[in-house]
Design a protein around this ligand. Sequence first.
Ligand code: FES
Length: 558
Amino acid sequence: MKLNKYSSKLTQDETLPASQAMIIGSGIPFEDLNKAFVGIGSTGFEGNPCNMHLTDLAALQKKSVQATNEIVGLLFNTIGVSDGITNGNDGMRYSLPSREIIADSIESIAGAHFYDGVIFTAGCDKNMPGAIMAMARLNRPSIMVYGGTINGGHYKGEKLNIVSAFEAYGKKLQGKISDEDYKEIIKNSCPGPGACGGMYTANTMATAIEAMGMSLPYSSSCPARSEEKKRECHNVGQYILNLLEKDIKPSDIITEKSIKNALKIITVLGGSTNAVLHMIAIARTMGIELTLTDIQNITDTTPLLADMKPSGKYLMEDLFKIGGVPAILKFMLKEGMIDGSCMTVTGKTIEENLKDLPGLPEGQDLLRPLSNPVKPEGHIQVLYGNIAKLGAVAKITGHEGEIFQGKAICFDNEADLNAGIHEGKVQAGHVVVIRYVGPKGGPGMPEMLKPTSAIIGAGLGDKVALITDGRFSGGTHGFVVGHVTPEAMEGGEIALVEDGDIILIDSIHNTIEAKVSEEEFNARRAKWKKPDYKVKSGYLWKYIKNVENASGGCLTDR
Ligand code: FES
């Protein structure tokens, strides 16, 4: 197989001397022009633990790629946005939209510069789906390397992670912790490089992508600072060379079957609801129609088995200690839960990859057996009803019950809700409605981690439910329903709910209903006035104009 299928169009065409002169001018010897060119990108940037080390990892990968003697490795960067830093402030408007910038950037550089393949290292929630969407668009041999999970923090004998910092605020408000403890929790929650440590969105997506076959075994579970992460980077050159030689492309790896495998491990491990958006977006970008109904079918037939944060006890570093994602996949393969015939970036199938890797050790209690699940079916539930006619996504782990009925208390933005919690307006029995925070209304469908953490911190976690046309962080736990579609900004019924309306959320029958008649909704609709968009220029305005609804994965290129 010719390795420089794409780059030869640039480097071997004698009508393009200026292009070749510029490549040589950038330090690539003339003799190397007939080698394959592989872009080695990352979302490396300073000021965020998830991304701060990624350019170093990419540099290791470049050495590995150059060592093959067949490939020229070319470093590049894209932007990234930290969910942890932007949660609870207007920066969060850029979070989900950054997925599209990352995908567009990788597609643009690899497309414009005729790269034969791409290795991309990502370290935060949307970076990974952004990377895979670009790889799917380009359909050239590609590998995603996960930046790795953070180590846990410690204070006064307690294990900390980023959600500890969010929840500390609620505890401080309630006088449950001192100012000194509050400060120390902030200082110790994130002890160095790596992505947020529970089965939150970054670890969920990294796991899903490894299960889908687009990253090497252990990529999603080996921590950012581990020797194994370095080893992965040292080895990646051989693997991309193999993919180029065999012309194994994302379309050979991302298939209906591999997407199902990914969705199943998300379910087994209790992953983030954001995965619904991202998996639909990845699948549709690859030309595979994945709907909310398909996701509900996986949920109905796959149990939740793991005791991991946010609802449970363990972090990703704990999962790594018991064999990482390969050990979980091995268990699932043995139990007939996944399809082992799917191709992966090793050039082998999942079953072949797992053959010689260790399974789960005796005595571990992170993953329960099928005979004793945390919940017999999945925690991600797709709900429909008169306030979510095109669907909503709930995360019901079983810790919070399966049915909730209460009186609506409505907030038209996150800041008002945070003030409402602070002033004690939100009380036991309420269904808190946060609206106008959808893809267009937010804009950017912000996550509601600050209010959910404040509610948990205030001791109301099991006494109120939250529904929103925004998203929830992978770190959120409690009775929460997000992605309500159509969103309030588009005139969805969630905009018409009033304080005091009775709302029933039933995850057994997968419904979400306001006890409001159609006539009453019609009367309210006649009086409803669409508010102004919160942003009317720049990237977010472009996003508002292009973004599809949450049920379609919030794609912007349709
Ligand atoms: Fe990057 Fe949480 S902020 S993974």
